[in-house]
Write a protein that binds this ligand. Structure first.
Ligand code: GTP
Ligand code: MG
Length: 229
């Protein structure tokens, strides 16, 4: 029940512009398949979030610690979906969105330590209703600009009145330090609509490397402390 209300509220918020248009009923009718697809992605997010929350509870109870700093989920904005479809040259239809875009539903999981990322990712993908579609390990292989994160595309079933439906969800795992860099880099990148100059790009890359070194050090400290217990 609570989930239903959440979806309804989310949908009303996301499509509020339509209600302010001249013939909202006509637009809404046409947009219905799209709205339904977004609802299904919202359900898929709830499924993955629940799985993560279950792991968090178990860790808290068994090992007396929470591996997550935060878990945030979002559905891609309709305009971002359309722009991406155009950019990639995909056919403009609801079916094509579902077939071609794997990041309409996204979850960002911020972990305390780097090892936790791999532990949780393994525990999640090992579950028998989840199919791991794709892994991009930007921790072991950082992007040229210094970006680090572990990206997984998961296929997860949701159970609707019409039956079972498989949905794609992108999960990004980062440490607090990786998120610190990515958030600021994102702000710097999108504030000015220009590519970074070589010098700035180099400085940002240096910051990413310093942050990664610190992340490793914190992990080492934790390993030492745990080894001593
Ligand atoms: P798009 O999904 O079209 O962006 O291409 P892709 O699938 O090749 O992207 P990828 O999986 O590498 O990254 C997708 C997401 O990761 C982005 O939407 C961002 O949230 C994040 N990301 C990737 N690279 C960077 C980066 O250099 N800086 C920051 N701040 N975030 C990044
Ligand atoms: Mg992507």
């Amino acid at each position: 029940m609570e989930g239903e209300n959440m979806i309804e509220k989310e949908m009303q918020f996301r499509f509020k512009d339509i209600f302010e248009m001249e013939h909202p009923e006509i637009i809404l009718k046409r947009a219905q398949p799209f709205i339904e697809l977004m609802m299904e992605y919202q359900c898929a997010l709830m499924e993955v979030e629940t799985k993560l929350n279950v792991l968090n509870e178990e860790f808290a109870s068994k090992y007396k610690r929470n591996p997550f700093e935060s878990i945030k989920s979002r559905i891609k904005e309709p305009l971002s979906i359309i722009n991406k479809m155009k950019r990639k040259g995909f056919e403009m239809s609801v079916e094509s969105m579902e077939k071609n875009l794997f990041d309409i539903a996204g979850i960002r999981v911020i972990c305390s330590f780097c090892d936790d990322i791999y532990t949780i990712a393994e525990l999640l993908t090992r579950q028998d209703d989840i199919i791991l579609v794709e892994t991009k390990d930007y921790i072991k292989n950082p992007k040229a600009n210094g970006y680090r994160s572990l990206h997984l595309i998961l296929d997860i079933p949701i159970f609707l009145s019409t039956g079972k439906k498989h949905m794609k969800v992108e999960v990004q795992f980062r440490t607090i330090a990786m998120d610190f860099w990515a958030s600021l880099e994102h702000k710097l990148k999108y504030k000015k609509d220009i590519e970074h100059s070589e010098e700035i790009a180099e400085e940002l890359k240096d910051c990413a490397d310093v942050i990664a070194t610190m992340d490793c050090k914190m992990q080492e400290i934790r390993n030492k402390i745990e080894g001593n217990l």
